[in-house]
Design a protein around this ligand. Structure first.
Ligand code: ZN
Ligand code: MN
Length: 140
């Protein structure tokens, strides 16, 4: 993600403060789909001058520039994904773990349903129980 930002020249107009850089470093290659709160808790440990507002604003900027994807799969909090390639997600309804479903899922909309829309993309959300939560449920 950091490399992509550099290649795309996305850093122009993006002030590289130490706070922002530590947010970027934390997100780079991160596959846990963290929330703003989770990101804040981790980066504030290394960077005591970090504020939640900085995390929140930086995330918004990154989403706007297309460097980070915002996920709404978790109804409780927005989740962030530095992997902006086409892929889908599944969420565990118990522990709210979000996992990747890599690649494309062939999907066609019945003729006439899309009306005059041009389809530019899609995102499929699967929900269920992860292996750990499934085991715990069985024990109850
Ligand atoms: Zn789970
Ligand atoms: Mn993902």
């Amino acid at each position: 993600m950091l490399k992509k930002l550099q290649q795309k020249g996305m850093f122009s107009g993006f002030k590289r403060t130490p706070q922002r850089l530590s947010i970027l470093e934390h997100l780079d290659g991160n596959t846990s789909h963290p929330s703003a709160d989770e990101i804040y808790r981790v980066v504030a440990r290394k960077n005591p001058s970090m504020s939640f507002a900085t995390v929140y604003n930086t995330l918004n900027t990154l989403v706007q520039t297309g460097a980070v994807r915002e996920l709404t799969i978790d109804p409780d909090r927005k989740r962030y994904d530095p992997d902006t390639s086409a892929h889908h997600h599944l969420i565990c309804l118990e522990c709210k773990k979000v996992a990747d479903i890599p690649g494309d899922i062939p999907l066609e909309i019945p003729r006439g349903v899309a009306k005059d829309f041009v389809i530019l993309g899609n995102h499929i959300e699967f929900y269920g129980l992860c292996a750990t939560c499934k085991k715990l449920k069985r024990k109850k």
